[in-house]
Design a protein around this ligand. Structure first.
Ligand code: NAP
Length: 296
């Protein structure tokens, strides 16, 4: 019900503000929400934008498209490769972030997948590897750069993870697994296939658990950054994504069937909150007094 109200009756405002001087990194930015978020930031004057993509040709297509629609100067947008289904690729990309960028003001961990069938990557079910393990491996590897940015430029960088309201569509049946076997059970083929409609939602639920654990372990008061989850609503998937994507939870599928899926440009927005036009403190409010939040 909450999803339908939010989807049909609420539209996040058009983002405004200045991002001049800011360096922004967005994973999964060749298409969909990541690309539209990049376009918003560039329109608002970001000085450097890293489109982190697994397919460089598609990344360059996105770069040219954003440049053409915003008129941004050549050289502002760069396209770097990262494949979130490979931990080696994630480590290589993070090393590049840490060595080649003098600052990171916003890190938007947006790349994600929803699979129709059970496949594996790095020995986990692929959605668990891409949406959860690789995403948080990357986040932890670039966190020192955000901290360095905070101290050197007296600013408060933003770590933003694209979550999903789909997290509500799992009862987390694996939670009763014997101690020490939880992760193996989540990745077990027979278990995952039995609860397949819940596997993508579970990956999004695990993201929430991890951001909460992160916010508790590294409170913003001692670790200068905002951490936030963003929930974009139901948005048409990127043009190339179709065949790979799993069935959506019924309410979201219904919204799309009624042709009321949000445009990616709208899903890429959020209500203004602390630290970033995309931040909003909700859900995680109270876990950190200073800006950790849950974004719509
Ligand atoms: N669409 C919705 O209604 C909705 C709702 C809630 C949350 N979300 C979340 O929003 C995020 C963006 O999704 P979207 O809707 O914009 O879908 P999308 O158009 O399919 O975009 C997904 C992005 O993630 C990238 N990606 C997937 N697997 C990757 C990998 N192994 N390595 C590197 N990049 C990879 C894709 O790259 P390729 O183009 O190369 O595949 C693409 O750039 C996801 O985290 C998704 O779970 C979406």
């Amino acid at each position: 019900m909450g999803f339908l109200y939010s989807q049909f009756f609420k539209t996040p405002p058009y983002p405004t503000g200045s991002y001049q001087g800011k360096t922004i990194v967005i994973t999964g930015s060749n298409t969909g929400l990541g690309k539209e978020a990049a376009r918003h930031y560039i329109r608002m004057g970001a000085s450097r934008m890293i489109l982190a993509v697994r397919n460089l040709d598609q990344g360059h297509e996105a770069k040219h498209d954003i440049e053409a629609t915003t008129g941004c100067a050549p050289g502002v947008i760069q396209v770097w490769r990262v494949d979130m289904s490979s931990y080696a690729s994630v480590q290589k990309f993070a090393a590049r972030v840490n060595t080649e960028l003098d600052r990171v003001d916003i890190f938007l961990a947006n790349a994600g997948c929803a699979k129709l069938k059970y496949t594996t990557a790095e020995d986990n079910e692929t959605q668990i590897t891409v949406n959860v393990v690789a995403t948080f491996l990357l986040v932890m590897l670039v966190m020192p750069k955000l901290k360095e940015t905070a101290l050197r430029y007296q600013t408060r960088p933003v770590l933003s993870i694209t979550s999903s309201g789909a997290y509500q569509h799992t009862t987390f049946p694996q939670r009763t697994a014997p101690e020490g076997k939880l992760f193996a059970t989540i990745n077990d083929k027979a278990t995952a296939e039995k609860h397949w409609a819940e596997q993508y939602p579970l990956s999004k639920l695990l993201e929430i658990f991890l951001v909460r654990a992160f916010a508790e372990k590294y409170p913003a008061a001692t670790f200068p950054r905002h951490a936030q989850l963003r929930q974009p609503g139901a948005v048409p998937l990127g043009a190339r994504a179709g065949a790979e994507h799993a069935r959506l939870p019924r309410a979201q599928a219904g919204a799309r069937a009624l042709d009321r899926g949000r445009e990616s440009d709208v899903g890429a927005r959020g209500r203004r909150g602390k630290g970033d036009a995309w931040a909003v403190s909700r859900g995680l409010r109270g876990r950190s007094a200073d800006g950790d939040g849950y974004g719509e």
